[in-house]
Design a protein around this ligand. Structure first.
Ligand code: ACM
Ligand code: ZN
Length: 556
């Protein structure tokens, strides 16, 4: 072959690979509902082009600003913000995403389902890139999708975007992620990174686990010692309850201003913050400060090791309800969420069975074993009902872990199924709303790889790999009728932190498993294919690299 021919061939192939590297790919995670592309034609985005938005609309201005910063972070491309410039390369448009017509923002609002409110269209034509949605939340989703479609390998000055029309909306209204900030404390900045990751993956409910046996982390102004003293354990057990301790006091709590800042930050990313005050069990942090609220009177150290404690709030002591009302009243002041989580899990009845006050309460309420519910389980339901009524006066509904089924559900309670899906199935059959957060498909404190020699410590066994999460079908069609399935609000993944003490470990546990969960939350079953998910994952993990976030590089 002549030298010049060889030279031209090498050059062409280099150019071709460079061109391939800087093309957008719309098969992102979670996979949009409908993508129609013409890969033979492209719109080329250049450094310095503009993002246009309605300058009278603060929400659009914020989303345009987010988009410019995301594009810069992912690709190095600088885009300018150009209010109301109809010729800009990227345009945010308020309107019905199904038509090309512009519409009034928020029109049809009252008749939209929650999913339709999040619907968006992303179009790429010769004229440029249009993000269209009726609501800001839809524009935000569209902007995130555009961000993820861009190649994130290296700094670039031009990117080709094949012509496309993408229509998308989430499958489930509730797309949750739990973070346990009680076993270990994470700073406000780390929580913001966590929220950023949630938003990147289209999640919309941050379930914030704030109180535990091992530490109380929510400031209550009427009871300052709760956070000041209830947040500090004297030391922490090493490994999995080895009996060996680190000898170092451990603490940290969130002021109400911190919490408001988290709520504000989350709201800008269309995430609702659901605080959890776990009651009447998991209360040893509080009991340390208020030992008179325990059945035995204490003393109760803030717990220094893991597992379930027998020490719980005394349900027969009227001061317990006063305490809960004080805490929950302040919680409602800080968190606007319609839903408040009251825990309800793992509340052993050992103390209640032996406690004169609890037994007197059982008698007063006339609770007897009816063959299905023990008196003590019904006593817990009575506590739940008091809390439900109090929170109802503040316009809130309660969520509880599936143990709240044991004594009978209160009228409006939402069940969060964690011990598999059984509790969720039972609650849906009783026509109660359900969040599916099964440990076996969603507890990402479990190891994600079979060979754990290179992994950071984690709880339990290898049961929650990426592919296991991916295989989850929250509607359980083999058990639930179409009508019963309507009660399933959506799935959640949960990150407990007994063994997760540092932010890098946190994100290693989270990613890319959150990617798998995001397709459970967004995609129809017929869209899902784990091999295809794996093929799409490198584009997302390259973005993780650009963001500078830690993740597990192996997927199985
Ligand atoms: C739980 O994992 N105890 C809700
Ligand atoms: Zn008691």
């Amino acid at each position: 072959m002549k030298r010049t021919v060889l030279y031209v061939l090498v050059l062409t192939s280099l150019m071709f690979s460079a061109a391939a590297a800087r093309r957008a790919d719309y098969r992102i995670i979670p996979l949009p509902k409908n993508i129609q592309s013409d890969t033979t034609q492209v719109f080329t985005l250049h450094d310095g082009m503009g993002i246009a938005y309605d300058s009278n609309d603060e929400e659009q201005a914020r989303i345009a600003g987010f988009l410019a910063s995301w594009v810069k972070q992912a690709t190095g491309l600088s885009l300018s913000l150009t209010p109301s410039d109809s010729k800009a390369a990227i345009r945010l448009v308020a309107g019905d995403p199904k038509t090309k017509k512009k519409g009034r923002k928020g029109s049809f609002a009252d008749t939209l389902t929650a999913q339709q409110q999040e619907a968006y269209t992303l179009r790429v034509t010769a004229q440029g890139i249009t993000l269209q949605a009726r609501r800001g939340i839809g524009l935000f989703r569209a902007a995130q999708s555009l961000r993820k479609a861009l190649p994130a390998e290296k700094d670039q000055t031009v990117i080709d975007l094949p012509y496309t029309t993408i229509h998308d909306e989430p499958r489930f209204v509730y797309r949750g992620v739990l973070l346990d900030c009680a076993r270990h404390f994470f700073t406000v900045d780390v929580i913001k990174q966590y929220l950023d990751m949630m938003a990147l993956h289209g999640c919309n409910q941050f379930h914030w686990h704030l109180t535990e046996d091992q530490g109380w982390r929510f400031e209550v102004k009427a009871l300052p010692r709760l956070a000041l003293e209830g947040s500090i354990r004297q030391e922490t057990v090493l490994g999995r309850n080895t009996g060996i301790y680190d000898g170092t006091p451990y603490g940290g709590y969130y002021t109400q201003d911190d919490c408001r800042e988290i709520v504000r930050y989350a709201a800008e990313r269309y995430i609702n913050v659901i605080p959890e005050i776990d009651l009447p069990g998991h209360m040893q942090g509080a009991l340390h400060v208020m030992p008179h609220l325990g059945c035995t009177g204490g003393p109760y150290p803030v717990r220094t090791y893991w597992g379930v404690s027998d020490e719980v709030l005394c349900a027969g002591n009227p001061l317990t309800l006063d305490f809960l009302k004080t805490v929950l009243g302040e919680l409602c002041d800080v968190f606007p969420s319609k839903y408040i989580h009251l825990g309800g899990d793992e509340c052993p009845k050992k103390r209640w069975k032996a406690c004169p006050k609890c037994q007197a309460k059982i008698k007063e309420l006339g609770l007897t074993d009816d063959g299905k519910h023990s008196p003590e389980d019904q006593l817990q339901t009575w506590v739940n009902r008091q809390v439900e009524q109090f929170l109802g006066e503040h316009g809130r509904d309660i969520i509880g872990w599936d143990e709240i089924l044991a004594g009978g559900l209160t009228e409006r309670s939402i069940v969060m199924s964690w011990r598999g899906t059984k509790g969720g199935i039972e609650a849906a059959r009783q026509h109660h709303r359900v969040i599916m957060a099964p440990n076996v498909f969603g507890y990402i404190d479990h190891p994600q790889l079979k060979d754990d020699s290179n992994q950071l410590p984690s709880i339990g066994r290898y049961i929650v790999s990426c592919s296991k999460i991916y295989s989850f079908e929250p509607l359980i069609p083999e058990e639930l009728s179409d009508e019963e399935q309507q009660y399933i609000l959506g799935p959640q993944t949960s990150l407990w932190t007994e063994y997760v003490a540092f932010p890098q470990h946190l994100f290693f546990q989270l990613l890319p498993r959150l990617g798998a969960m995001s397709e459970v939350q967004w995609c129809r079953p017929d869209q899902k294919d784990f091999e295809d998910f794996k093929a799409r994952l490198p584009r997302l993990t390259r973005l993780y690299d650009r963001i500078g976030i830690k993740y597990c590089r192996q997927v199985e």
